[in-house]
Design a protein around this ligand. Structure first.
Ligand code: PLP
Length: 438
């Protein structure tokens, strides 16, 4: 179908420049493997796994079949006080990827935002259940993205996402770890910046440890432009949380399911949080689903008193929707059968070298890489943050058939884990060509 035949007016697109899009749309209507297809049939190389989602690539037969079969078998099942077998199987299967056997419980949601809000609520309720009644605050980090629920935007650290909205009380933030002067062009974890974890001590001292329920962080900050934690930083964060009995939540919505060459970033950094939020790659992006993986001691704290009383007043109509549960089971099978969980570890050094070969090109001021993630930061135009990034993004799509993600003036790359070296070369060559034009 040609764009001009379509009425694009009525959809209010999320996180989009609606008017500009509608004047020159970017539509894709098919996908297979590493490629999307535009309505005119031309291919678009997927440099972003959709939106950090499609780790198995597009249209994987096993996942497609699982969803189709489940749709025909049972379309929907109520999730409160009732269950269907795939929900329980999906929980069990997901937890096999957890960093340790201490994680024995999964709570399903429909998105990363819901997973974050769920984890924040669980942490607050947990502290109440174990008698720490003053521990109600949540600490996040500047520049963090934890989705768009009120909990997520308040815990998050992106000013544009907070502007105009009344935020929740009882939140504070530590500083982020990005510093061009000290850690630009780092390959993997920067060697400078571990000490920044101690900012958590500052915030704890400010409010008192007995007022803080949890600290939430993305192990690698993604949506703000790929900020890789300095060496030793996350271990130090873990120590501080332990010292003050503060729960540590890793928001692994983008770092889960093999993005760094391990099931979760927790294993990559060898740091075990108390809860992990995930989504996106959980179903390889095929059906919306998120989850919170929880340690047994947390779940157990809710299982006191009357066994016939609801233990957590929280949940979603579509928690563990049958199609999502079927998709998750199939996707996790595919990840293990096709060797995708650790594939990023094999590709990482090629990826890193290829990305860093762009150093010196055009307006690039930093390149950050880890696993199969890269952030290529360009200098902002005077007084126009994000304008250069937007132009590179639209040029890549319209002229070069390459899908990249832009956050501000940073190109953020996170391809499907099935990517081959030739595609990595292709991405780099396109960027080498177009970045200097902007
Ligand atoms: C770290 C992190 N948390 C939460 C979310 C929100 O996920 P969703 O868009 O599925 O609500 C995202 C989305 O990119 C994310 O990167």
């Amino acid at each position: 179908m040609k764009n001009e035949q379509m009425n694009l007016e009525h959809l209010w697109m999320p996180f989009s420049a609606n008017r500009d899009f509608k004047s020159k749309p970017r539509l894709m209507n098919a996908a297979n493997g590493l490629y999307y297809q535009k309505p005119d049939g031309s291919p678009v190389l997927d440099g972003t796994a959709g939106l950090w989602c499609c780790n198995a690539g597009h249209g994987h037969e096993k996942i497609v079949t699982a969803i189709q079969e489940q749709a025909a078998k049972m379309d929907f099942g109520p999730s409160f006080q009732l269950g269907h077998p795939l929900a329980f199987k999906a929980a069990e299967r997901l937890l096999k990827l957890a960093p340790s056997d201490d994680f024995q419980y999964a709570f399903f949601t429909n998105s990363g935002s819901e997973a974050v809000d769920t984890a924040l609520k669980i942490s607050m309720a947990y502290q109440q259940h174990i008698g720490h009644t003053e521990k109600t605050m949540i600490i996040g980090r500047e520049r963090a993205y934890h989705g768009v629920g009120f909990g997520g935007i308040t815990a998050g650290g992106l000013p544009s996402n907070k502007k105009y909205f009344t935020l929740l009380p009882g939140f504070d933030h530590i500083c982020h770890t990005h510093d061009l002067e000290h850690n630009a062009f780092s390959k993997g974890e920067p060697s400078w910046g571990k000490h920044l974890a101690d900012d958590l001590e500052r915030v704890i001292e400010k409010h008192g440890a007995d007022t803080i329920a949890a600290f939430i962080t993305e192990p690698v900050a993604g949506s703000t432009g790929i900020l890789v934690p300095p060496k030793g930083y996350l271990k130090r964060i873990r120590e501080i949380c332990d010292t003050h009995n503060i729960l540590l939540i890793f928001d692994e919505v983008i770092t889960g399911f093999g993005r760094l060459g391990t099931p979760f970033a927790a294993q990559y950094f060898d740091v075990e949080p108390d809860m992990i939020t995930c989504a996106k790659g959980l179903t390889s992006g095929t059906v919306p689903m998120g989850a919170v993986m929880v340690k047994t001691e947390i779940y157990d704290a809710f299982q006191q008193g009357d066994a016939k009383a609801i233990d957590l007043f929280h949940g979603y109509t579509y928690s563990a929707h049958p199609l999502a549960a079927a998709a998750a089971l199939a996707a996790i099978d595919v990840y293990s059968e096709d060797g995708l969980i650790d594939r990023a570890a094999d590709m990482a050094s090629y990826w890193e070298d290829a990305m860093h070969s762009l150093r010196g090109v055009g307006s690039i001021i930093d390149i950050r890489t880890i696993g199969l993630m890269a952030g290529i930061e360009m200098e902002a135009r005077d007084g126009k943050v994000g304008a250069r990034g937007y132009d590179v993004f639209t040029d890549a799509f319209h002229e070069q058939g390459l899908l990249i993600r832009i956050t501000g003036d940073t190109v953020a790359l996170s391809p499907p884990l099935i990517i081959e070296k030739e595609h990595i070369d292709q991405i780099v060559e396109i960027l080498r060509k177009i970045i200097p034009n902007h």
